[in-house]
Ligand binder design. Sequence first.
Ligand SMILES: *Cc1c(COP(=O)(O)O)cnc(C)c1O
Length: 448
Amino acid sequence: MTTTAHGGPGLPQERRLVTEIPGPKSREMFSRKQSAVPAGVGTTLPVFVTKAGGGVLVDADGNSLIDFGSGIAVTNVGNAAPKVVERVQNQVADFTHTCFMITPYESYVAVCEKLNAITPGDHEKRTFLVNSGAEAVENAVKVARLATGRPAVVAFDHGYHGRTLLTMTLTAKNMPYKQGFGPYAPEVYRMPLAYPYRWPGENVAEEAAAQAIDQITKQIGAENVAAVIIEPIAGEGGFIVPAKGFLPRIAEFCKANGIVFIADEIQTGFARTGQMFACEDEGIVPDIITTAKGIAGGLPLAAVTGRAELMDAVHAGGLGGTYGGNPVACEAALGVLETIEEEGLVERARAIGDVMLPRLRGLQERFGIIGDVRGRGAMTAIELVVPGTKDPNPAAASEIAKRCHAEGLVVLTAGTYGNVLRFLPPLVIPDHLLDEGLTILEKAVSEV
Ligand SMILES: *Cc1c(COP(=O)(O)O)cnc(C)c1O
């Protein structure tokens, strides 16, 4: 066995099972976890990771697992990507924190300049940095409310925006995100989403947009709406790609009514969908875009990027936070952006989709348990149903996931009904591991 001192792309790119999954060392650590960490912090697969890179995660027992999760769409450039490691190591040795609001540093500004340049639209933009996706969404709503002087925020069915009070309120699904954690924030309204597989009518985009606009107009009054927030592909909700035409129609309605259109690209951003941002697919130019996950290879960083006139409406001192835009995280982000560009990861995401989607559709043809196959680029999913119906089949999703895990393939579930398996490989995964992972999945589906 080849050994490497660290993780990163130099790790042997192979699936290797030397114990059952999880192995004895992981099981021992998991029992410590159960005594030390509340059960509310869940575990998808209790293998304790010691190294990761390329398309693999290596655990404490020496197993090497194929990664179809990327830590939930975070390690798009792979774990311990060389450009990220180098920049982070240098920065951590120079200084780790000053607080950007006290004494600034260049990397924060450089990340903001980059985001202003690469996000959709060539209008004048401003960006500021925070620590997590939820914090970015909270801040986007703060900016929209202040800039418009209006209270209401509109979110959509199947949406996920985080776990803080406001973002939990914006999130659609009750269990496990909201159950028992109320009361929720006021002035949040939910509209239907153009979910092609489950929309009852034929003209999904037109009908769903018309319903949403009618409800906004009748129930809230467009003049009271500060912002509409939507994921261009619903992530936790089950990788739902809204029917074509829906997003442009909603964006157009926002524009006509002075409503800030916020695209939550926290899961879809940074090359994941085969474009730098998923909004590009239909030429949507959001007024504000929130990013996080794929931005910094796993270091805690998130951003709010928006039209200069909206962002500059906020008074001095109205935005910020102690750690937001930490210098180590900013260096990681610069390393991520360089890696995406130099390794052509936007194109690579598209190529991954071109391999995965036909294989998944092939599975759907063979097995009635797969009701829908969807996604774009390296963000793909299958929706499991009771064969011959559209009834959600969460038991099948978890059984397939369990079998994949036992074979050393990390897959994640998702979906409002818990019946979706989602696939988010690191964009640097080698072809042979992508192929092997799909073969494991095909076997698991055929057995269930
Ligand atoms: C993960 C996610 C969030 C929340 O991000 P955190 O960093 O977990 O707070 C918000 N929106 C979307 C679309 C997400 O996928």
